[in-house]
Design a protein around this ligand. Structure first.
Ligand code: NAD
Length: 391
């Protein structure tokens, strides 16, 4: 199999701005169809990529010759769409979070198993080359046993323009289902183990954006490694200041504290959703900026992540991983995949599983464990108690 023929489901920020250009350049991928209910986006994307487009997943599955689908629709559609694709024998990349409930996550695990298709949950920032490199260093044993990981990120997440459901926790809104999966997946990937329990606090600090915007959690993994995560999305402190002013995407960044909040002043929810499509959607200013700066990217990251081993600490840096060992710090280059950072590595993971090189790491069971951990964060925040994730 030279190339995977992909259909993209959902042409918003993740589908059309982040993944489609990465897929176009990836040596083992080809975009052959796409679907989205938004007629305008669909028409523009279909024209530019020279492919057939559909208004929903089913006609795309039934009318095109696909090996795999990449599902980048809003969270609430992931479960039905994964099950549909699996039933038709298509391999799958599904955006994080896998889904929003334990029952749906189990349905997805069962569907891919029954229909013997491969699935990768991603892109999450755990696909970044810096995370793979940290994981490889830990696995090599050169720094001794991994003991703990601390992952902290302070961003403007809550003030990036949103669809209404992205600000409603019951519909998967807020940081818990959209941002924590990145940190949880990074921790799990470096530690090479699932999460067994969570003790967390989270809350809502802005009544105008009534969903969780901050969280601190203590996470225990099945191999005894423990971790903390802290996330704040209030556009005040920006932890990229401690990441050499390199943004999450690996692009250089100018300090702009409070800038995201100002862009939203006095927009109704409907105006904000449309502003999101204009600003972050296909062909918008962010897409144009990303295309123009792709060649100058440093390594993407998800804030400060420090892994502590017996004989050294590790953390991502713009060119790779900094190792602070017994003899001081040194940088090792990141283990870069075959395509664009993160998205390309996600395609690599599916392709490698299909050609038998390596099984997928972020499979449905991995995604299910992350969903259960997100739900445990919510529950623990309410009860003030540690919540088991795995028996
Ligand atoms: N990995 C990442 O870095 C990353 C970044 C952003 C979003 N995401 C994930 O991608 C998903 C989409 O988020 P987004 O920010 O791109 O949203 P978005 O609002 O930018 O785009 C969503 C798109 O899906 C379309 N859509 C709506 N219902 C659909 C359906 N039933 N079938 C197909 N398409 C449908 C919309 O018309 C829109 O074009 C979310 O699950 C989110 O968590 C991941």
């Amino acid at each position: 199999m030279d190339r995977l023929r992909f259909g993209i489901c959902g042409l918003g920020f993740a589908g059309s701005v982040l993944m489609a250009p990465a897929m176009k350049r990836h040596p083992s991928a080809e975009i052959v169809a796409a679907c989205d209910p938004n007629a305008e986006t669909r028409a523009a994307f279909g024209r530019d990529y020279g492919i057939a487009t559909y208004d929903s997943l089913l006609p795309m599955l039934d009318n095109t010759d696909l090996d795999a689908v990449y599902i980048a629709s809003p969270h609430q559609y992931h479960c039905e769409q994964v099950v549909l694709a699996a039933e038709r024998g298509k391999h799958i990349i599904v955006e994080k979070p896998l889904t929003l409930s334990e029952d749906d996550a189990q349905r997805m695990v069962d569907a891919v198993e029954r229909h013997k298709v491969q699935i990768v949950v991603g892109t999450s920032r755990s696909h970044d080359p810096v995370v793979k490199t940290m994981r490889d260093i830990v696995r090599s044993g050169e720094l001794g046993r991994l003991a703990m990981i601390n992952a902290w990120n302070y961003t403007d997440y809550l003030y990036r323009p949103r669809r209404p459901e992205e600000l409603d926790t019951s519909k998967g809104g807020g940081i818990l289902f959209s941002q924590l999966p990145h940190q949880l997946d990074v921790i799990k990937t470096i530690a090479n183990a699932p999460i067994v329990s969570v003790r967390a606090g989270s809350g809502k600090l802005d009544p105008q954006r009534p969903t969780e915007g901050h969280c601190a959690a203590f996470v225990t993994l099945s191999n005894g490694v423990f971790a903390t995560l802290a996330y704040s999305g209030y556009d005040h402190f920006d932890s990229d200041e401690l990441q050499f002013w390199i943004a999450e995407s690996g692009r250089e960044k100018r300090p702009n504290h409070g800038g995201a909040r100002k862009l939203l002043v006095e927009l109704t929810p409907a105006e904000e959703a449309s502003f999101k499509t204009q600003r972050l959607g296909y062909g918008g200013p962010v897409a144009r900026n990303y295309a123009a700066t792709e060649a100058n990217r440093k390594q993407p990251h998800f804030g400060i992540v420090i892994a502590t081993c017996e004989r050294g600490d590790l953390r991502p840096c713009p060119d790779g991983v900094l190792i602070y060992g017994d003899d001081g710090p040194r940088t090792v280059p990141a283990h870069v995949g075959r395509g664009a950072y993160g998205q390309g590595d996600t395609i690599d993971e599916l392709y490698d599983a299909l050609v038998g090189t390596q099984p997928t790491l972020r499979d449905a069971a991995f995604g299910r464990n992350t969903v259960l951990a997100c739900l445990a964060v919510l529950q623990s925040s309410k009860t003030g108690r540690e919540v088991p994730v795995l028996p």
